[in-house]
Design a protein around this ligand. Sequence first.
Ligand code: EPZ
Length: 433
Amino acid sequence: MDKFVIDGARPLAGEVHCSGSKNSALPILAAALLCDGESVISGVPRLRDVDSLLAILRELGMSAERRADGDILLKVEDLEPVTARYELVSTMRASFCVLGPLVGRRRRARVSLPGGCVIGVRPVDLHIRGLRALGAEVRVENGYVVAEAPRLRGAKIFLSGQFGPTVTGTANILMAAVLADGRTIIENAACEPEVQDLGNFLAAAGARIAGIGTHRLVIDGVKSLRGVTWRVIPDRIEAGTFLLAGAITRGAVTVRDCEPDHLSALLAALTEIGVPTEVGADFIRTGPADGFRPYHLTTLPYPGFPTDLQAQMMALLALADGICAVTERIYPDRFMHVAELNRMGADIRKEGANALIHGVEHLSGAPVMASDLRASAALVNAALAARGRTEIGRVYHIDRGYEKIVEKLLGLGAAIERVDDKKLVGATADSEG
Ligand code: EPZ
C-alpha cells in the first residue's frame, strides 16, 4: 500500500493543468446508458472511480473502452441487464447514478444501496422519492433498490431535504425524466456545474430541458436520445485544491485550463483572507500572501462555498492570524481531517457541525492517516506547508479523485514521493464520491 512522504515548507511555484471533472464525468458516463448509438466522452480523468463505473457499465451491457488518446467510447449493446452489484457499487457511491438511466430506458433497475461512508450517513431517500413521483414502483430488498416502471409519467417533484438540494439525486431524476411521458418539473434542483454539464450533455443528445443551471428544471420527455461527443468540464475541486496548495505554502501557482466562474466562492474567500489572485478566461493565479486574515467559512450548495473544498480551506485557516470558524452545512460530520491536522500542530476544536480554529504560526510534519478523498487533499496541503517531514498513509483515497497528483505537485516544486509501505494495514475500499 502506498503512502506519501512530503518535505514541507517550500513555496510552490509554476503552472499546473486542471483535469476534467470526476463528479461531472461519472454521471455523464452513466447517462450514455440512455443513448442510442455511440457516445465519445473526452476529458475524463484517469481515476480508479472512473474504472469502477466503467466496470459497472460493462456489466449493464455496454461496450466501454478508453482509447489511447484518453477519450472514452460507450455504446449500449444489450438492454437486458438491470443489476448493479453490491461488490461494485459499494466501492464507489457515485455509481448509484446508474439508477435513473436504467429506470428511464429499461424500465427496471436493481441497484445496490451504496451505504454510508466516512463523511456521513448519506441517504438516498430523495432519489427514491423522485422516482416514485415519476410513477416507478420502488422497494428496498436485500440491500438493493429495486425500481419498476412500465411507464414513467412526468410529474412535479420537490427534490430537497434538510441539507438542501441533492446533486446526484437531481442527476438521477433528470436522467429518468428525459424519456418519460410528458413534462417533469424538478423544484429545488441542484445547480452545481456538474449537474449543468449533465443537463447540457443530455440536451445535446436530444433531451428537452429548460432551466439548466437554475433550481427549477423543466423536462419534456422525448422518445429517444442519440449518442454524442462531449467534453466534460474542468474539475473545480481539483483546481481549488491546487490554488489552496499555492496559498498555504505562500507560493505563486497558476492553474491552467480551469473555469474561473465555477470558483467564485473560493476566489472571494481567498481575497478576504489576503491571498492575491489573478483571474483570466481559463486560468487562476494565486500570489504569495503576507499572512492569512481570519475568516469564517460556511459550506453551502452552489454557488456557495463547496463542501468538497472545506477540508483544504481548513488546513489554510489553521495558519490564520487569529480565530476562524467553519460551519459545515452539507455534511455535518465531515470533519475527519480535524484530528489529523491537530497532530500536525493545528489548534482546531469541533463542536457539532462547526469547527473553531485558533490559528497557529506553523504546522509541523507528522505521520498522519488519510480518511477520505478531500480530507487527504487537506493533509497533503498541510504537509506542503509544514516544517519537516509528513508521511500520509492510506493515499488510495486521494487516488480516487486527483489525477497524477504527485506528478503535478512535483511540477510545482513540491518535495513529494509516493512510497510503497507494506507495513501499513487496515485499508478497505470505502465508498464516497
Ligand atoms: C455529490 O455527492 C458529490 N459526489 C460529492 O463529492 C459532494 O460532496 C456532494 O455532491 C455535495 O456537493 C458526486 O458528485 C459524485 P448530495 P451527493 O446528494 O450527490 C443529503 C467528493 O469528494 N441527501 O448533493 O451524494 C446528503 O446527506 C464527493 O468528490 C439526503 O438527505 O451529495 C447531504 O447532506 C464527496 N437524501 C445533502 O443532501 C438524499 O437522498 C447533499 O448531498 C440525498 C442526499
